[in-house]
Write a protein that binds this ligand. Structure first.
Ligand SMILES: [Zn+2]
Length: 467
């Protein structure tokens, strides 16, 4: 055998009986895998997918019963704009900033060394700067009358309805005088509605999401928005600055949510973000990319065993949807357990800015906001709306140099050659064949691989549980 199929094919049924065009949205159900359970923790770290290969393989198959449902479904959602953070003592009104304006340079943020209340001080500095910097704007607090929308309180700031602003979050784990704040963008609509949160670069080397959030949020008009959109474009700022997926302590932040105030560095950062920002959300889209030189077709990873989450995925236009019940410590998993409808959006590969992938992400988030009644645009939905997939990873069975014959998104047939692993010394050519009919929803870029490397992620259309 030149390749190894890791998972038993699960029954797949055509959900939408159409030939899927390129960017249609299927849901891939990750089936369980007995073999995968033998993999060690080390291997998970090495593979380092957001939703790693193992996470996908560990996921429960799509079953209507959904054994985890009870645990994951708090009766009362804990998210929502009305909840104040414990520290909501000295709040201030956030300045109204046109997010399309060029932001002030961040130098002044360092101007409060020795200040014990670093959070507040930095937020304040940032806020005052933001008002002062774009000097030509003679808008001294437009004082918008509070209509239907409500004041949205975040990070000790009151964001008035019909305004947008930049806030600053700091997990408080650095040397106070040197600490950097992480920008948090808020657009609070003039009308009432749900709170949608967007997080990017939880893995610091995953860049597409940063741009997806920028394009999505800067295009929102708070005067026409119903509800609130909160964006944290770069959650893992230290990792981002070093081009690293990990935190400075080499931990994967996306295995530490919801975190803890007295745990490891990763625990503390996760806890701070979760308590101060994430709990404010009704809905969360955590944006990632493939890792370790793998690229992903724009797709959602969602726990389709959770009816609320499954329903949530319907709002995303032209997205493949892959079932993944998620691993402990993931932001997605923790947020769902806190009653927040959450999916992971995967787009492209790490270390790169990919316009096509970014465009797909922005399009899909726009469709989501329309579906949720937050914006009203003449949105044209793609032909099949989300398409749901079951999925299998196909691994290289030999070490060597991988050369792919197919492209991301291609439809493939069982037995079709996906690529070759070429042994540079013996000149042996080992073909890797598809084990099933389906669509290439993720794949490794050409590179040196070892035997066992997960090279192709093949999705086959599946039905949503309970339908
Ligand atoms: Zn990631």
């Amino acid at each position: 055998m030149l390749f190894e199929r890791l998972q038993k094919p699960s029954p797949r049924i055509l959900l939408i009986g159409l030939v899927i065009p390129w960017l249609s949205a299927p849901v891939l159900a990750e089936t369980d895998s007995a073999k995968a359970s033998k993999k060690s923790e080390v291997l998970i770290a090495e593979l380092a997918e957001d939703e790693s290969v193992e996470d996908v393989e560990h996921s429960a198959p799509l079953q209507t019963k959904g054994k985890n449902n009870t645990a994951r479904q708090p009766a009362v959602p804990q998210g929502g704009a009305g909840i104040d953070t414990p520290s909501a003592g000295s709040r201030k009104v956030a300045p109204n900033i046109d997010l399309k304006q060029v932001a002030p340079p961040p130098e002044a943020q360092v101007s409060a060394p020795g200040d014990t209340d670093a959070d507040a001080a930095e937020s304040e500095v940032m806020a005052t700067e933001a008002v002062a910097e774009p000097e030509p704007e003679p808008e001294p607090e437009p004082e918008p009358e509070i209509r239907e929308g409500e004041v949205f309180t975040l990070l000790d700031n009151d964001v008035l309805p019909g305004t947008s602003t930049r806030l600053a979050w700091t997990p408080g784990i650095q040397i106070a005088g040197l600490s950097q704040t992480t920008p948090v963008l808020v657009v609070n609509g003039i009308n009432a509605g749900p709170t949608l949160c967007l997080t990017g670069a939880v893995h610091g080397d995953e860049l597409n999401g940063i741009e997806i959030i920028r394009q999505t949020m800067y295009d929102l008009n708070p005067e026409k928005l119903s509800g609130t959109v909160v964006g944290v474009p770069i959650v893992n700022l230290p990792g981002f600055q070093q081009g690293s997926r990990y935190l400075p302590d080499r931990r994967d932040l996306n295995r530490h949510f919801p975190g803890s105030p007295d745990g490891s560095l990763a625990d503390r950062i996760a806890h701070s973000l979760f308590e101060n920002v994430i709990r404010k959300c009704d809905m969360l889209v955590d944006i990632h990319t493939g890792s370790l030189k793998r690229t992903n077709l724009p797709q959602l990873r969602a726990d389709m065993n959770n009816p609320d989450v499954a329903e949530f995925t319907r709002g995303f236009d032209r997205m493949a949807v892959v079932h993944s019940s998620g691993s402990a410590g993931m932001l997605r998993t923790a947020a769902v357990e806190a009653g927040i409808r959450t999916v992971t959006l995967e787009a492209g590969e790490s270390h790169r800015i990919q316009q096509h992938q970014i465009g797909a992400g922005v399009n899909s988030l726009t469709s989501l906001m329309e579906r949720q009644g937050m914006i009203s645009r003449m949105f044209v939905w793609g032909d099949p709306e989300p398409v749901y997939y079951d999925s299998d990873w196909i691994r290289a069975d030999h070490g060597g140099i991988l050369f792919s014959e197919i492209e991301l998104g291609a439809s493939v047939s069982e037995g079709e050659i996906l690529g070759y692993v070429s042994d540079p010394i013996t000149n042996a050519q080992h073909p890797i064949r598809s084990t099933t009919d389906g669509r290439v929803i993720g794949m490794a870029v050409d590179q040196v691989v070892m035997a066992g490397f997960a090279a192709y992620h093949i999705g086959t259309e599946a039905e949503v549980p309970g339908e």
